[in-house]
Ligand binder design. Structure first.
Ligand SMILES: [Zn+2]
Length: 98
């Protein structure tokens, strides 16, 4: 898989480290809601299709990147700096108001 770093250009994915899915919301640090913390630490979406992820270019500029990658085809449709995300985050079912 080739990932195009905004600073370094196209690079093999072996130069990058997966940091996890993007868009997770950390509970309030003062919260003692064990279910909320358990969900934050252990629950993952495991999407079959487009998935928003954070990767670090650890073998290059060390920047954190936000990718939109199809988990079935590994096609990357978007790469941006994690701190300058340009793709709007999608709401997850758990975050959708009832
Ligand atoms: Zn880079």
């Amino acid at each position: 898989m080739i990932i195009t770093c905004p600073y370094c250009g196209p690079r093999d994915s072996s130069e990058f480290v997966y940091q996890g899915e993007d868009g997770r919301t950390r509970p309030d640090p003062a919260s003692t809601d064990q279910a909320a913390w358990n969900a934050y630490v252990y629950d993952r979406v495991n999407t079959a299709g487009e998935h928003e992820e954070i990767w670090q270019h650890s073998g290059g500029c060390r920047a954190h990147l936000r990718l939109v990658r199809n988990t079935l085809t590994h096609k990357i449709s978007s790469v941006s700096m994690a701190r300058h995300a340009t793709v709007p985050r999608r709401r997850r079912k758990a975050e959708t108001p009832a």
